[in-house]
Design a protein around this ligand. Structure first.
Ligand SMILES: [Zn+2]
Length: 345
Protein backbone atom coordinates (compact mmCIF):
# COMPACT_ATOMS: atom_id res chain seq x y z
CA UNK A 1 0.00 0.00 0.00
CA UNK A 2 1.42 3.34 -1.07
CA UNK A 3 -0.34 5.23 1.73
CA UNK A 4 1.10 3.05 4.45
CA UNK A 5 4.45 3.18 2.74
CA UNK A 6 4.63 6.97 3.07
CA UNK A 7 3.36 7.04 6.62
CA UNK A 8 5.94 4.43 7.58
CA UNK A 9 8.64 6.24 5.67
CA UNK A 10 8.06 9.52 7.42
CA UNK A 11 7.75 7.87 10.79
CA UNK A 12 11.18 6.37 10.24
CA UNK A 13 12.54 9.66 8.93
CA UNK A 14 11.15 11.43 11.98
CA UNK A 15 12.86 8.93 14.25
CA UNK A 16 16.18 9.58 12.58
CA UNK A 17 15.61 13.32 12.77
CA UNK A 18 15.36 13.00 16.52
CA UNK A 19 18.56 10.99 16.53
CA UNK A 20 20.19 13.71 14.47
CA UNK A 21 21.13 11.40 11.65
CA UNK A 22 21.08 12.13 7.97
CA UNK A 23 18.78 9.73 6.25
CA UNK A 24 19.21 8.72 2.68
CA UNK A 25 16.27 6.80 1.36
CA UNK A 26 17.44 4.67 -1.50
CA UNK A 27 14.25 3.35 -2.92
CA UNK A 28 13.29 3.36 -6.53
CA UNK A 29 9.68 3.94 -5.48
CA UNK A 30 10.40 7.51 -4.55
CA UNK A 31 11.86 8.43 -7.89
CA UNK A 32 9.98 6.06 -10.11
CA UNK A 33 9.91 7.76 -13.52
CA UNK A 34 6.32 6.63 -14.01
CA UNK A 35 3.66 9.22 -13.33
CA UNK A 36 2.63 9.07 -9.69
CA UNK A 37 -0.89 8.16 -8.63
CA UNK A 38 -3.06 10.96 -7.23
CA UNK A 39 -2.64 9.53 -3.76
CA UNK A 40 1.13 9.43 -4.08
CA UNK A 41 1.26 13.00 -5.36
CA UNK A 42 -0.72 14.26 -2.40
CA UNK A 43 1.60 12.56 -0.01
CA UNK A 44 4.65 13.84 -1.82
CA UNK A 45 3.50 17.45 -1.80
CA UNK A 46 2.61 17.16 1.85
CA UNK A 47 6.00 15.77 2.61
CA UNK A 48 7.65 18.87 4.12
CA UNK A 49 5.02 19.20 6.84
CA UNK A 50 4.12 15.55 7.20
CA UNK A 51 3.80 14.63 10.83
CA UNK A 52 4.06 10.94 11.48
CA UNK A 53 1.40 9.30 13.58
CA UNK A 54 2.82 8.82 17.04
CA UNK A 55 1.27 5.36 17.17
CA UNK A 56 3.45 4.27 14.25
CA UNK A 57 6.77 4.74 15.94
CA UNK A 58 6.04 6.71 19.07
CA UNK A 59 7.94 9.68 17.63
CA UNK A 60 6.56 13.01 16.50
CA UNK A 61 8.80 15.27 14.47
CA UNK A 62 7.79 18.78 13.43
CA UNK A 63 9.92 18.80 10.30
CA UNK A 64 11.19 15.59 8.78
CA UNK A 65 14.48 15.79 6.92
CA UNK A 66 13.68 15.34 3.29
CA UNK A 67 16.96 14.45 1.67
CA UNK A 68 16.37 11.46 -0.56
CA UNK A 69 19.71 11.40 -2.34
CA UNK A 70 22.84 13.51 -2.16
CA UNK A 71 26.39 13.72 -3.43
CA UNK A 72 28.31 10.53 -2.76
CA UNK A 73 25.29 8.23 -3.07
CA UNK A 74 25.38 5.41 -5.57
CA UNK A 75 23.00 2.80 -6.90
CA UNK A 76 19.80 2.22 -8.77
CA UNK A 77 17.95 5.17 -7.21
CA UNK A 78 20.67 7.53 -8.45
CA UNK A 79 20.48 5.94 -11.86
CA UNK A 80 16.72 6.58 -11.97
CA UNK A 81 17.23 10.21 -10.99
CA UNK A 82 19.86 10.61 -13.70
CA UNK A 83 17.49 9.10 -16.27
CA UNK A 84 14.82 11.62 -15.30
CA UNK A 85 17.27 14.52 -15.58
CA UNK A 86 18.41 13.20 -18.94
CA UNK A 87 14.79 13.11 -20.10
CA UNK A 88 14.62 16.86 -19.35
CA UNK A 89 17.62 17.49 -21.59
CA UNK A 90 20.51 17.31 -19.12
CA UNK A 91 23.46 15.58 -20.69
CA UNK A 92 25.02 13.41 -18.06
CA UNK A 93 26.19 9.83 -17.76
CA UNK A 94 23.58 7.52 -16.28
CA UNK A 95 26.18 5.75 -14.14
CA UNK A 96 24.40 5.53 -10.78
CA UNK A 97 26.95 7.81 -9.10
CA UNK A 98 25.75 11.04 -7.50
CA UNK A 99 28.90 12.97 -8.30
CA UNK A 100 29.59 16.60 -8.93
CA UNK A 101 27.88 16.75 -12.31
CA UNK A 102 24.66 15.25 -10.97
CA UNK A 103 24.76 17.65 -8.04
CA UNK A 104 25.30 20.64 -10.33
CA UNK A 105 22.40 19.63 -12.51
CA UNK A 106 20.09 19.05 -9.56
CA UNK A 107 21.07 22.55 -8.41
CA UNK A 108 20.44 23.95 -11.88
CA UNK A 109 17.04 22.28 -11.96
CA UNK A 110 16.14 23.49 -8.45
CA UNK A 111 16.98 27.09 -9.29
CA UNK A 112 14.74 26.95 -12.35
CA UNK A 113 11.74 25.71 -10.37
CA UNK A 114 11.97 28.19 -7.51
CA UNK A 115 13.89 26.09 -4.99
CA UNK A 116 16.99 27.21 -3.12
CA UNK A 117 19.43 25.12 -5.13
CA UNK A 118 21.51 23.12 -2.68
CA UNK A 119 22.06 20.30 -5.15
CA UNK A 120 20.52 17.72 -2.84
CA UNK A 121 17.67 15.64 -4.13
CA UNK A 122 14.90 16.05 -1.58
CA UNK A 123 11.14 15.54 -1.46
CA UNK A 124 10.38 19.04 -2.78
CA UNK A 125 12.74 18.52 -5.69
CA UNK A 126 11.06 15.20 -6.36
CA UNK A 127 7.65 16.89 -6.58
CA UNK A 128 8.99 19.57 -8.94
CA UNK A 129 10.70 16.96 -11.07
CA UNK A 130 7.40 15.15 -11.51
CA UNK A 131 5.76 18.45 -12.45
CA UNK A 132 8.52 19.18 -14.96
CA UNK A 133 8.04 15.76 -16.50
CA UNK A 134 4.38 16.64 -17.00
CA UNK A 135 5.48 19.83 -18.75
CA UNK A 136 4.47 22.17 -15.93
CA UNK A 137 7.92 23.78 -15.86
CA UNK A 138 10.12 24.79 -18.78
CA UNK A 139 13.68 23.70 -18.08
CA UNK A 140 16.74 24.91 -19.95
CA UNK A 141 19.62 22.72 -18.82
CA UNK A 142 22.63 24.67 -17.59
CA UNK A 143 20.93 28.05 -17.75
CA UNK A 144 20.59 28.74 -14.03
CA UNK A 145 24.17 27.86 -13.10
CA UNK A 146 25.53 29.62 -16.19
CA UNK A 147 27.53 26.58 -16.96
CA UNK A 148 26.73 23.68 -19.14
CA UNK A 149 29.05 21.20 -17.50
CA UNK A 150 28.17 18.58 -20.07
CA UNK A 151 30.03 20.66 -22.63
CA UNK A 152 33.44 19.10 -22.58
CA UNK A 153 34.87 22.18 -24.21
CA UNK A 154 34.53 25.35 -22.15
CA UNK A 155 32.76 28.27 -23.77
CA UNK A 156 34.14 31.03 -21.50
CA UNK A 157 37.93 30.58 -21.74
CA UNK A 158 38.63 34.28 -21.00
CA UNK A 159 36.56 34.29 -17.79
CA UNK A 160 38.75 34.74 -14.69
CA UNK A 161 36.66 32.00 -13.07
CA UNK A 162 36.88 29.61 -16.00
CA UNK A 163 36.73 26.01 -14.83
CA UNK A 164 39.23 23.73 -16.51
CA UNK A 165 39.68 20.20 -15.21
CA UNK A 166 39.61 16.57 -16.28
CA UNK A 167 36.06 16.89 -17.55
CA UNK A 168 36.26 20.37 -19.04
CA UNK A 169 38.92 21.34 -21.52
CA UNK A 170 39.95 24.52 -23.28
CA UNK A 171 39.62 24.72 -27.06
CA UNK A 172 42.79 23.53 -28.82
CA UNK A 173 43.18 26.90 -30.50
CA UNK A 174 42.72 28.96 -27.34
CA UNK A 175 45.60 31.34 -26.68
CA UNK A 176 44.97 34.02 -24.05
CA UNK A 177 45.44 37.63 -25.04
CA UNK A 178 47.97 39.89 -23.36
CA UNK A 179 50.48 37.30 -22.26
CA UNK A 180 53.28 39.15 -20.47
CA UNK A 181 56.27 38.26 -18.31
CA UNK A 182 55.78 39.19 -14.67
CA UNK A 183 58.81 41.01 -13.27
CA UNK A 184 59.68 38.44 -10.60
CA UNK A 185 62.56 36.00 -9.94
CA UNK A 186 62.25 33.13 -12.43
CA UNK A 187 63.63 29.63 -12.71
CA UNK A 188 64.03 29.69 -16.48
CA UNK A 189 66.27 32.46 -17.74
CA UNK A 190 66.03 33.85 -21.21
CA UNK A 191 63.91 36.17 -23.25
CA UNK A 192 60.42 35.53 -24.51
CA UNK A 193 59.87 32.09 -23.01
CA UNK A 194 56.15 31.17 -23.08
CA UNK A 195 56.23 29.41 -19.69
CA UNK A 196 57.47 32.59 -18.02
CA UNK A 197 54.29 34.37 -19.09
CA UNK A 198 50.83 35.00 -17.69
CA UNK A 199 47.83 37.07 -18.60
CA UNK A 200 48.47 40.68 -17.65
CA UNK A 201 45.92 40.77 -14.82
CA UNK A 202 47.51 37.70 -13.21
CA UNK A 203 51.08 38.89 -13.88
CA UNK A 204 50.36 42.18 -12.09
CA UNK A 205 48.95 40.33 -9.10
CA UNK A 206 51.92 37.94 -9.03
CA UNK A 207 54.32 40.89 -8.95
CA UNK A 208 52.51 42.31 -5.93
CA UNK A 209 52.47 38.90 -4.23
CA UNK A 210 56.19 38.36 -4.77
CA UNK A 211 57.04 41.94 -3.70
CA UNK A 212 55.23 41.39 -0.40
CA UNK A 213 56.97 38.04 0.04
CA UNK A 214 60.36 39.59 -0.59
CA UNK A 215 59.66 42.25 2.02
CA UNK A 216 59.06 39.46 4.49
CA UNK A 217 62.37 37.82 3.64
CA UNK A 218 61.07 35.05 1.37
CA UNK A 219 62.69 33.72 -1.78
CA UNK A 220 59.80 32.93 -4.09
CA UNK A 221 60.66 31.73 -7.58
CA UNK A 222 58.26 31.52 -10.53
CA UNK A 223 58.82 28.27 -12.36
CA UNK A 224 56.05 27.50 -14.83
CA UNK A 225 53.27 29.70 -16.18
CA UNK A 226 51.57 29.61 -19.56
CA UNK A 227 51.61 26.30 -21.39
CA UNK A 228 50.27 26.13 -24.92
CA UNK A 229 48.06 23.34 -26.19
CA UNK A 230 50.91 22.08 -28.37
CA UNK A 231 53.27 21.92 -25.39
CA UNK A 232 50.69 19.91 -23.46
CA UNK A 233 50.46 17.43 -26.32
CA UNK A 234 54.23 16.97 -26.26
CA UNK A 235 54.43 16.63 -22.45
CA UNK A 236 51.53 14.20 -22.24
CA UNK A 237 52.85 11.99 -25.03
CA UNK A 238 56.27 11.89 -23.44
CA UNK A 239 54.77 10.79 -20.11
CA UNK A 240 52.48 8.30 -21.82
CA UNK A 241 55.44 6.61 -23.48
CA UNK A 242 57.29 6.50 -20.19
CA UNK A 243 54.60 5.37 -17.74
CA UNK A 244 51.45 4.53 -19.72
CA UNK A 245 48.33 6.57 -20.36
CA UNK A 246 46.53 5.97 -17.07
CA UNK A 247 49.50 6.99 -14.94
CA UNK A 248 50.28 9.89 -17.26
CA UNK A 249 46.76 11.18 -16.74
CA UNK A 250 47.30 11.22 -12.99
CA UNK A 251 50.44 13.33 -13.10
CA UNK A 252 49.98 15.43 -16.20
CA UNK A 253 46.92 16.93 -17.78
CA UNK A 254 45.62 15.68 -21.08
CA UNK A 255 45.90 18.33 -23.79
CA UNK A 256 43.34 21.08 -23.21
CA UNK A 257 42.78 20.05 -19.61
CA UNK A 258 45.70 21.99 -18.19
CA UNK A 259 44.89 25.18 -16.33
CA UNK A 260 48.25 26.48 -17.46
CA UNK A 261 46.70 27.14 -20.86
CA UNK A 262 44.47 29.81 -19.27
CA UNK A 263 47.46 32.07 -18.60
CA UNK A 264 46.12 32.49 -15.05
CA UNK A 265 48.52 30.04 -13.41
CA UNK A 266 52.05 30.07 -12.05
CA UNK A 267 53.84 27.17 -10.40
CA UNK A 268 55.93 28.65 -7.61
CA UNK A 269 58.90 27.17 -5.79
CA UNK A 270 61.91 28.23 -3.69
CA UNK A 271 65.62 27.42 -3.12
CA UNK A 272 64.85 25.30 -0.01
CA UNK A 273 63.44 22.55 -2.28
CA UNK A 274 66.03 23.11 -5.03
CA UNK A 275 63.44 24.91 -7.14
CA UNK A 276 61.57 21.65 -7.66
CA UNK A 277 57.78 21.30 -7.77
CA UNK A 278 57.40 18.87 -4.89
CA UNK A 279 54.97 18.35 -2.02
CA UNK A 280 57.75 19.24 0.44
CA UNK A 281 57.25 22.84 -0.69
CA UNK A 282 54.30 23.00 1.72
CA UNK A 283 56.70 22.85 4.68
CA UNK A 284 59.04 25.60 3.49
CA UNK A 285 58.47 29.08 4.86
CA UNK A 286 57.62 30.17 1.33
CA UNK A 287 54.99 27.43 0.98
CA UNK A 288 53.44 28.22 4.35
CA UNK A 289 53.35 31.93 3.62
CA UNK A 290 51.64 31.35 0.26
CA UNK A 291 48.97 29.24 1.93
CA UNK A 292 48.27 32.08 4.32
CA UNK A 293 48.52 35.05 1.96
CA UNK A 294 48.07 34.09 -1.70
CA UNK A 295 44.34 34.83 -1.56
CA UNK A 296 45.02 38.43 -0.50
CA UNK A 297 46.41 38.88 -4.00
CA UNK A 298 43.68 36.94 -5.83
CA UNK A 299 45.39 33.54 -6.00
CA UNK A 300 44.25 30.16 -4.71
CA UNK A 301 46.08 26.89 -4.12
CA UNK A 302 44.07 25.22 -6.85
CA UNK A 303 44.67 21.57 -5.88
CA UNK A 304 44.46 21.49 -2.09
CA UNK A 305 45.17 18.59 0.21
CA UNK A 306 42.15 16.39 0.93
CA UNK A 307 40.21 17.56 -2.13
CA UNK A 308 41.74 15.19 -4.65
CA UNK A 309 38.37 13.54 -5.26
CA UNK A 310 36.91 16.87 -6.36
CA UNK A 311 39.77 18.39 -8.33
CA UNK A 312 41.00 15.10 -9.79
CA UNK A 313 44.57 16.08 -8.96
CA UNK A 314 47.12 15.23 -6.31
CA UNK A 315 47.86 17.94 -3.77
CA UNK A 316 49.98 20.63 -5.44
CA UNK A 317 51.08 23.28 -2.93
CA UNK A 318 52.98 25.07 -5.70
CA UNK A 319 50.21 25.57 -8.27
CA UNK A 320 48.75 29.07 -7.92
CA UNK A 321 45.66 29.98 -9.91
CA UNK A 322 44.47 33.57 -10.26
CA UNK A 323 40.70 33.98 -9.76
CA UNK A 324 40.53 37.58 -8.48
CA UNK A 325 40.49 38.73 -4.87
CA UNK A 326 36.80 38.29 -4.08
CA UNK A 327 36.64 34.66 -5.22
CA UNK A 328 40.06 33.87 -3.74
CA UNK A 329 39.05 35.19 -0.32
CA UNK A 330 35.85 33.14 -0.33
CA UNK A 331 37.54 29.99 -1.58
CA UNK A 332 40.42 30.05 0.90
CA UNK A 333 38.44 31.21 3.93
CA UNK A 334 35.82 28.50 3.44
CA UNK A 335 38.31 25.82 2.45
CA UNK A 336 36.70 25.26 -0.95
CA UNK A 337 37.91 24.25 -4.37
CA UNK A 338 37.04 26.27 -7.45
CA UNK A 339 34.56 23.53 -8.33
CA UNK A 340 32.77 23.91 -4.99
CA UNK A 341 32.86 27.70 -5.13
CA UNK A 342 31.21 27.79 -8.55
CA UNK A 343 28.58 25.38 -7.34
CA UNK A 344 27.65 27.65 -4.44
CA UNK A 345 27.64 30.93 -6.31
ZN1 LIG B 1 50.82 23.84 -12.23
Amino acid sequence: MKGNYWVTTFAVVGLFAVLGLVVVISTTDVIDPKQPSQEEKEHASDAPSATPDASQGGVVAEQAPQILLEEGDTGEAVRELQKRLTALGYELDVDGEYGMTTRWYVKDFQLQVGLSGDGQYDAETDVRLKQAQRGEWTIEPGQAIHLNVSDRTVTNPDDLLVLVNKTRSLPADYVPEELVEPDVPKYFQGGDLPYNKMREVAADALERLFAQGEQEGLQLVARSGYRSYETQVAVFNRNKEKIGEEAANKYSARPGESEHQTGLVMDVTCPAVDHELVTAFEDTKEGRWLRAHAHDFGFIIRYPKGKEGITGYQYEPWHLRYVGEEAAQAIMSQNLTLEEYLLRN
